[in-house]
Ligand binder design. Structure first.
Ligand SMILES: C[S@@+](CC[C@H](N)C(=O)[O-])C[C@H]1O[C@@H](n2cnc3c(N)ncnc32)[C@H](O)[C@@H]1O
Length: 249
């Protein structure tokens, strides 16, 4: 179950970052940068934001100066503890980290100017309810082709075998059905290059690509992936993200 997975990661690494060494190449734009630009464009010192699935809060803290107040929610107590610790260390006082289920929060209708999800859950019906009129949703999420090659070798993984169902189109459809107007929607394909098999192994331990990843049991399959995808730059790892901006009608 996802919450158990994130609690385990928080316990093992102390946060949501493994320290695995890699670099990325972006042939058609850097999705994280574009997501942050879109969020910045609709932010404001008088605006309140809901961060959905904030994990260890590192990103939340990085955008805190853009808003009057951010309410950052997650279901993993381990991640929320890491987030509160980081917030204290950095003396940030305009974020409330709270344990809430994104699908059914206890916030009043029309509470926030902005809701954003950085690879967190996206219950659009709840965003429609808690956003103020004309409020914005900004999201970056995982595309259907994200690391398809390693999932094919392992024969399992997040979104396994859904390579031909567009996650972006699904999100757009869902937003339209929940009375949002789509302002921006774009897929991004790029590559990461891991510097060694140990780095890729470490990375896989800290992300939910395979929630049941086991360095020992999966050793053989990881070895065959490394053999097939090693090039001069490193071990190639193809990624897929999409960025979406929508406004409540
Ligand atoms: C990929 S992580 C998000 C990373 C984070 N947004 C960041 O910027 O680093 C997904 C997070 O969503 C949380 N999550 C999953 N389902 C949730 C739900 N229904 N309500 C609240 N949080 C949830 C998980 O516990 C996890 O911390």
């Amino acid at each position: 179950m996802t919450t158990d997975f994130y609690n385990k990661v928080a316990q093992k690494f102390g946060n949501y970052h493994t320290g695995a060494k890699y670099f990325s190449e972006f042939p058609n734009g850097e999705p994280e940068k574009i997501f942050k630009e879109k969020l910045t464009a609709i932010s404001g010192k008088k605006k309140t934001a809901l961060d959905v699935g904030c994990a260890d809060g590192r990103f939340t803290i990085s955008v805190a100066p853009l808003f009057q107040k951010i309410t950052a929610i997650d279901l993993s107590q381990g991640m929320l503890e890491a987030a509160k610790k980081l917030q204290q260390e950095q003396s940030i006082n305009n974020i409330n980290f709270e344990e809430q289920n994104a699908s059914q929060t206890n916030y009043a209708d029309d509470s926030f100017d902005v809701a954003y999800s950085r690879r967190g859950p996206t219950p659009y019906h709840e965003f429609q309810r808690v956003l103020k009129s004309s409020g914005y949703f900004v999201g970056i999420n995982i595309g259907e082709k994200d690391c398809q090659e390693i999932k094919e070798i392992f024969g399992r993984g997040q979104g396994f075998n859904q390579w031909h169902t567009s996650a972006l189109e699904k999100a757009k459809q869902n937003l339209l059905e929940n009375n949002f107007f789509i302002i921006f929607a774009q897929d991004y394909f790029y590559n990461e290059y891991y510097q060694s098999p140990e780095d890729l192994d470490l990375f896989l331990q800290g992300v939910p690509i395979f929630e049941d990843y086991d360095p020992e049991n999966d050793k053989k399959m990881l070895k065959s992936y490394v053999a097939k995808f090693s090039i001069k730059k490193g071990i190639k790892f193809p990624r897929h993200r999409f960025v979406i901006v929508a406004q409540k009608l």
